[in-house]
Design a protein around this ligand. Structure first.
Ligand SMILES: [Zn+2]
Ligand SMILES: [Zn+2]
Ligand SMILES: [Zn+2]
Length: 259
């Protein structure tokens, strides 16, 4: 089946966002809106079905900026605050359908029950967001309204989290190392989204060179960098230095994925 896919980057920043609070560096002071990076999340539209990838603490403002598109389901990479902190704001999307479908690993499932326990009570307070949690595992395909999704293993330092392949798109965030089996799952994909924190090394996130290594292994037509910190420099300068086919994403960027 041919898929008509659009990915909108809602947030492309690292966990503390850019500008970073109480930082006066030139990136944090920049007036280029591409240097304002909220916490990482994206909205994938496939044939009219909207799948949210992570729900950052900036979700509410991201959705206002995006014109309040619908959300049909949420898929989660891992349960760090910068990827699930906005989940309570999904409330209006839950009630329309008697509970929003959420796909995540078992560890994320249990973290969510701790984070928003009021949503999972037997007799919940009226108006709380209601979720239908579906546990998924790396390399076990599932589908959302007929859209096939393949989760694959991503190592966030020592924490095993998920990346997702949907058609000709692979989305990876918070990766430090990518197992060979996952490279096989996404090899030759049209569009690869991959995290690159900064030029310098970090214990749990890829730096720029480590992201390049994955891009060279996967060989996508286009690669977009996300989850960037202020240490990456100004968008305009950074973008000009990247090799052909690789570009930094920015908040609000929409891309079409070639099937
Ligand atoms: Zn993160
Ligand atoms: Zn700064
Ligand atoms: Zn993380």
């Amino acid at each position: 089946m041919k898929l008509d896919m659009t990915l909108k980057f809602l947030g492309t920043g690292t966990s503390c966002g850019v500008p970073q609070l109480r930082c006066g560096c030139r990136v944090c002071r920049s007036t280029d809106r591409r240097d304002a990076r909220t916490r990482a999340s994206a909205l994938l539209s496939v044939g009219g079905v909207n799948i949210l990838i992570d729900c950052s603490p900036d979700f509410y403002h991201q959705m206002l900026a995006a014109g309040q598109p619908d959300v049909d389901a949420l898929i989660i990479t891992h349960s760090h605050y910068d990827h699930v902190g906005g989940i309570d704001d999904l409330r209006p999307y839950c009630h329309a359908r008697g509970g929003l479908d959420v796909y995540c690993q078992a560890d994320v499932d249990s973290d969510l029950r701790t984070r928003i326990p009021y949503s999972f009570k037997a007799d919940p307070y009226p108006g709380v967001p209601i979720f239908k949690l579906h546990d998924i595992s790396a390399y076990e395909a599932f589908s959302i309204q007929g859209i096939d999704i393949m989760p694959f293993r991503v190592m966030h330092g020592l924490l095993p989290i998920l990346g997702y392949r949907i058609g000709n798109l692979a989305y990876i965030t918070d990766c430090k190392t990518l197992p060979a089996e996952s490279v096989d799952v996404i090899k030759g994909v049209d569009t690869l989204v991959i995290n690159a924190l900064r030029p310098q090394e970090h214990a749990t996130h890829m730096n720029l060179n480590e992201a390049f290594d994955v891009i060279n292994d996967v060989r996508p037509r286009k690669a977009y960098l996300t989850h960037m910190s202020h240490s990456m420099g100004l968008h305009a300068e950074h973008a000009a230095m990247l090799p052909e086919g690789v570009q930094p994403a920015y908040d609000g960027l929409s891309i079409n994925i070639v099937d």
